[in-house]
Design a protein around this ligand. Structure first.
Ligand SMILES: [Zn+2]
Length: 315
């Protein structure tokens, strides 16, 4: 959404609150006590009440704002900034823009939005011709391991392992300068290790069984021929990676560049949230102006289980 439109439609707290309620009404409010969809809005209480069990639900309850005390307008500004550009915005920058005193609630708000983006994408599986590979993202050493690392003289950076999967179909008669394959949806999943059992478990969870998977010849993919319709595996010379697995490598390179530009360091336990945002926006790259409204929709539809675990001032 363009800045002028945002200012026109969402000029103040009342407008944002009203827009959020309209989105909840459109998506349907469910009673958290008995599961009924039959609710009535009590204007005087500013709450929904179930017609069956009379349980009351606040406007924020059961949404991404569950438990948050931040103004609706903060959430709308954050959703606007997250969807208005191809890049992103850091919590520190948003805190400056909002002029909010404390960093932590802003940081949590951003991660909660990234978390519901991930929940939305979890609903979809990948199918057809699939590229799969592992990427290694630089993340900070967790505080618990810092002491040992310093003692051993190793740097403060470590690599987090990420399973990267992309729907990728051969282009018919690709034009000069075009990629030989067209990309559909992608997924990026932080994994604790690259063992076969780990990779298999994640892959069957997110890829349709009749798909055709292309990978390098790593042993951790040995089961794919049993798990999926087809498995094309071969030793790939690093210079041919753009031909064999173009889209997983473009996605990895773009995500790494974005993270390096935007953030001063990502802790491994929060890497998945940043990847959620990257994939969510990549998968909706043709949505244009609709991206903002879609994000408001999922913000109204999903409650996040993201909990504050740790934070630092510059992430
Ligand atoms: Zn009820």
């Amino acid at each position: 959404m363009k800045l002028f439109d945002f200012n026109k439609y969402f000029p103040d707290e009342t407008a944002c609150r009203k827009a959020f309620k309209e989105m909840r009404d459109r998506e349907g409010v469910v009673c958290q006590h008995c599961g009924s969809h039959d609710v009535v809005w009590l204007e005087s209480k500013q709450q929904y009440q179930c017609k069956h069990c009379r349980h009351r639900t606040t406007l924020r309850s059961g949404t991404v704002m569950h438990g948050s005390k931040l103004p609706f307008m903060y959430w709308f500004i954050a959703m606007h900034l997250l969807t208005a550009t191809k890049k992103s915005i850091s919590a520190a920058e948003l805190q400056r823009q909002l002029g909010h005193k404390r960093y932590q609630p802003i940081w949590e708000m951003m991660h909660k939005l990234r978390s519901v983006m991930g929940k939305r994408d979890d609903k979809y599986t990948l199918k057809g011709n699939i590229e799969l590979d592992e990427g290694f993202f630089s993340t900070e050493t967790p505080d618990s391991q810092k002491q040992e690392k310093l003692k051993s003289g190793a740097g403060s950076q470590k690599k987090s392992k990420v399973l990267v999967i992309a729907e990728s179909t051969e282009s018919e008669n690709p034009k000069r300068g075009q990629k030989p394959k067209k990309v559909g949806h992608i997924k990026m999943i932080v994994v604790p290790n690259l063992r076969m059992v780990t990779i298999d478990g994640e892959a069957v969870n997110v890829i349709e069984p009749d798909s055709s998977i292309t990978t390098d010849a790593s042993k951790s993919h040995n089961n794919f021929k049993l798990l999926f319709g087809e498995h094309k595996s071969q030793v790939i010379d690093p210079k041919d990676i753009g031909k064999m697995l173009p889209w997983v490598h473009i996605a990895i390179a773009n995500a790494k560049t974005l993270f390096a530009d935007m953030y001063h360091g990502i802790k491994p336990e929060f890497l998945q949230e940043y990847l959620n945002e990257f994939c969510y926006k990549f998968n909706r790259r043709y949505f244009g102006e609709d991206l903002f409204e879609r994000l408001v929709m999922i913000a109204a539809s999903y409650r996040t289980d993201f909990e504050h675990r740790a934070y630092r001032t510059a992430v």
